[in-house]
Structure formats: C-alpha cells, structure tokens
Design a protein around this ligand. Structure first.
Ligand SMILES: Nc1ncnc2c1ncn2[C@@H]1O[C@H](COP(=O)(O)OP(=O)(O)OP(=O)(O)O)[C@@H](O)[C@H]1O
Ligand SMILES: [Mg+2]
Length: 227
C-alpha cells in the first residue's frame, strides 16, 4: 500500500516550512499514524551527519528511519541543491529520490516531504523542485511568511502550481517573528480573497499549527488526486 504523501513547499527559503511540517508531524503522530518524513536534499549542512531539517522532521514524526533514507543528499554550502551538489562534485539522481520516497510510502501511513527553498529552486541538473513534485504527482501544502512581501510570493507560487496542474491542499502563513507590522495583520485577510491560494490560516509565532487546520489538510490529502 502506498501511503498518501504531501510536499511542503515554501514561497521562499526561511519562511517556516520546517516549523509547519514538524508541527503537522507531531499532530498526525499524536493521532496514532505512522508518519514518515523526507527531505530530498538539504543544503547548508555544516556536518552531513547533522542535517537540521531532516533531524527535526524525524524527531517530530517519532521516526527511526536512518538519515540516508530520509535525506539522501546532505550538502555543505547554503545554496540551491543543484548548485551545492555541482560545486561539491555530487550528482543528485531524481530516480534515487523517487526510490527512497517510494520506500517511505510503503512503510508509513502518511509521508511529509519538505522541499528546499521555493518551488522553482533547481533540485538537480535540469530539474526544478516543482518538476519533481509534478513527476511524483504530489499535492502541495504551501507555507508562506506572514509579513511584508508575502502577497506577491504567495500568489506567484499558487499560480505556478495551478499552471502546472499540481494540487494545492492549502496555504499556511507562518509567523517567524512576533507581529511587528501592519502587513502581518492585513496579509491574511488580503490573501483570503484569492481562492487559488486556498488560505488555511496562520501558524502564530511560537504556536503549533491549529488542530482545525490539521483536520482540513488531512481531509484534503485523503481526497487529493495522486498516484
Ligand atoms: N510560527 C513560527 N513560530 C516561531 N518561529 C517560527 C515560526 N515559523 C518559523 N519560525 C522560525 O523561523 C525560522 C525559519 O523557519 P523554518 O526553518 O521553518 O523555515 P524553512 O522554510 O524550513 O527554511 P529552509 O528554507 O531553510 O528549509 C526558524 O528559526 C523557525 O524556528
Ligand atoms: Mg526547512
């Protein structure tokens, strides 16, 4: 049985993908599900044995999978995966990613995959992250910053998904810092007016993703078109 899976995409790097994904992992694991996690490539790893995102995802999911299964490519420089890999003499193989991901989907009830940066970040030679997501037939959960700049990034990302026919489960705005500007107060209501964004709500600063949002993500994942 192949478990349902979703791809946690960001509108940018540092927007809260890991924050939201780890919160979702905890919530789903608390419901008794075997939660698998995947981070196809992690860059900026000072120590390849300590990739911060992959380790955070593993801990949140309560998963004992080995690092090589969960994060096959751990690269030193804080660059797009394809660039960091090229400069390090590593070749990122999309087929290997697909195989590792498929194994995780066999072994769990649900698998969350965290992307690197945004949707159009080069993942491997000639392959953008969105290309891999499309090839895998994965639905996307979009994470965006709550503050200034998010309207443009969020609409661009949502419309990019729409143009490619990739299912968008919803968008969560993550508050990496305490509210400090009018933008943070007004952005949610502005984005709620754009149906293509499918705004689910806000992960408030320092807070878990609300259970009501977890419910919607889980329900939509169950019905999302996928392989
Ligand atoms: N809702 C939130 N509450 C508190 N801190 C948050 C929240 N969202 C994000 N952060 C913090 O903001 C920083 C960036 O978030 P995070 O690491 O989740 O981003 P990311 O999109 O996964 O980045 P990357 O592209 O490096 O994978 C982290 O220090 C994280 O703890
Ligand atoms: Mg991250």
């Amino acid at each position: 049985m192949r478990a349902p899976a979703l791809f946690v995409a960001g509108t940018d790097t540092g927007v809260g993908k890991t924050w939201v994904a780890t919160s979702l992992c905890r919530a789903l694991a608390a419901r008794g599900l075997r939660v698998g996690v995947f981070k196809p490539a992690e860059t900026g790893c000072a120590d390849p044995d300590r990739p911060a995102d992959a380790l955070a995802l593993l801990e949140a999911a309560g998963s004992a999978e080995p690092l090589d299964a969960v994060c096959p490519y751990r690269l030193a420089e804080p660059l797009a995966p394809a660039v960091a890999a090229r400069r390090q003499g590593v070749r990122i193989e999309p087929e290997l990613l697909a195989e590792r991901f498929a194994v995780l989907r066999e072994r769990h009830d649900v698998v969350l995959c965290e992307g690197a940066g945004g949707l159009l970040v080069p993942l491997a030679a000639g392959l953008l992250s969105a290309d891999w997501v499309e090839a895998q037939g994965l639905p996307v959960l979009l994470v965006a910053r709550v503050g200034l700049g998010t309207i443009n990034h969020t609409l661009l990302s949502a419309r990019c998904l729409g143009a490619r026919g990739i299912a968008l489960l919803g968008t969560i705005l993550s508050a990496a810092a305490p509210p400090a500007s009018v933008a943070e107060a007004t952005n949610p209501e502005v984005l709620a007016d754009y149906p293509e964004v499918r705004l689910l709500g806000v992960a408030a600063h320092g807070k878990e993703v609300p259970e009501s949002i977890v419910d919607v993500v889980w329900a939509r994942l169950a019905t999302a078109a996928g392989p």
